[in-house]
Design a protein around this ligand. Structure first.
Ligand SMILES: *Cc1c(COP(=O)(O)O)cnc(C)c1O
Length: 375
């Protein structure tokens, strides 16, 4: 059996080495390191894949969130609601822009924003909602959009973990994750489902005016060279990363299938164990399994974490501390009773190795080791 990896980037690279290397060398030889042809080409390919009018490439997924919020004209004191159980980038940019983060609880079954908690958190100062499509499946976007329309709020989808997922509306129509709200953002961090070989990110929108604003913000607020109309940032996807992404985008659906196949193996193996809750896929979203996350309900999660490490099975606790309890984001406004699900998840969740290169003997070893321990 090959050594088990949490994410096997070299294993994935091996299959595409020739094409990726050729495109990288092409960039090296062309010297078009910034804004070279691959950036435009990848942008157009991604627009087509997502069926969205505008993709604005940028330097990383955190910048994408920040630029989206800047582009919507959110101002100091505006309240922005997001999930308590997610990676900190989402709330970080809210704080950085001096907006007021309002964290809400998530659903235990899907780890995504709880709609009742969202409704309860709305005040006259609320300006935007940031649903995070956590671990690879969409939040309940139909409900989020309904709340947003009723209260005239912007919706920014943090799609860093769910690129490639399809959202199904109750009328049967589908859209790609990240293209439902006013604006969507993603990250091409190497371990994401569509990862480059460094940092990268993108913003998507169907709104022509917003797209124009965003294109200026990523480029120092310039709409005409050396004329700075707004305060912007410098956030670019470099040509080498764009070349890698152009090669990998056609493979994304296959990568998602490989992840689903591994997830199916895990879920089948754990199905009848009463101490393990396997991930639930919602009716309204496909799941692209950025993470495969179990809930261990017998109080032995930490022991299992160590036992797996002792058996050379990498695993991780995403996330060990709720955002509302992080030093940087603590606030007297928060009431622990409003975070019962997050407070429980941080003690029960464990994420297993999940990537495109998992082999059956590895999956068998992982599931057997877990079942023997959990009993
Ligand atoms: C990875 C991630 C980000 C940030 O992306 P970077 O490219 O690392 O800046 C934001 N939100 C979520 C949910 C993420 O998983």
């Amino acid at each position: 059996m090959k050594k088990i990896q949490m994410v096997d980037l070299p294993g994935q690279y091996k299959h595409i080495k020739e094409t990726v290397d050729a495109s990288i060398f092409e960039v090296l030889n062309s010297a078009a390191y910034i804004n070279g042809p691959y950036v435009k080409e990848f942008q157009a390919d991604l627009e087509k894949y997502l069926n969205v009018k505008h993709v604005i490439p940028c330097a990383n997924g955190t910048d994408a969130l920040q630029i989206a919020m800047m582009g919507l004209g959110l101002e100091q004191g505006d309240e922005v609601i997001t999930a308590d159980f997610t990676f900190a980038a989402t709330v970080e940019v809210i704080g950085l822009l001096k907006l007021t983060p309002v964290l809400v609880d998530v659903e235990a079954a899907t780890f995504n924003m709880d709609i009742a908690a969202l409704k309860k958190a709305i005040t006259p100062k609320t300006k935007a909602i940031v649903p995070v499509h956590l671990f690879g499946q969409c939040a309940n976007m139909e409900a989020v959009m309904e709340v947003a329309n009723e209260h005239n709020l912007f919706v920014i989808e943090d799609n860093a973990q769910a690129i490639g997922a399809d959202y199904k509306f109750s009328d049967g129509t589908t859209k790609k994750s990240g293209t439902i709200g006013n604006v969507g953002t993603t990250s091409f961090f190497p371990s994401k489902n569509l990862g480059c070989y460094g940092d990268g990110g993108a913003i998507f929108t169907n709104d022509d005016d917003l797209a124009h604003t965003l294109r200026g913000i990523v480029n120092h607020g310039m709409y005409k060279r050396y004329y700075h109309d707004v305060v912007g940032v410098n956030s670019r996807l470099d040509s080498i990363q764009a070349a890698v992404l152009k090669t990998k985008l056609p493979l994304l659906d296959g990568y998602c299938d490989a992840r689903r196949k591994a997830a199916d193996y895990y879920s089948t193996a754990f199905a009848s164990n009463s101490n393990i809750i396997t991930p639930v896929t919602s009716d309204f979203s496909t799941h692209v399994f950025h993470q495969y996350t179990l809930q261990i309900t017998n109080g032995k999660r930490n022991e299992l974490h160590q036992h797996l490490l002792d058996n050379n099975i990498p695993n991780a606790i995403y996330y060990p501390v709720p955002l509302h309890a992080q030093k940087a984001y603590k606030d007297e406004r928060y009431n622990e009773d409003d975070f019962t699900v997050t407070n429980q998840l941080i003690d029960t969740v464990i994420s297993l190795p999940m990537h495109t290169e998992l082999e059956e003997d590895q999956l068998e070893f992982i599931t057997k080791t877990i079942l023997q321990f959990v009993g």
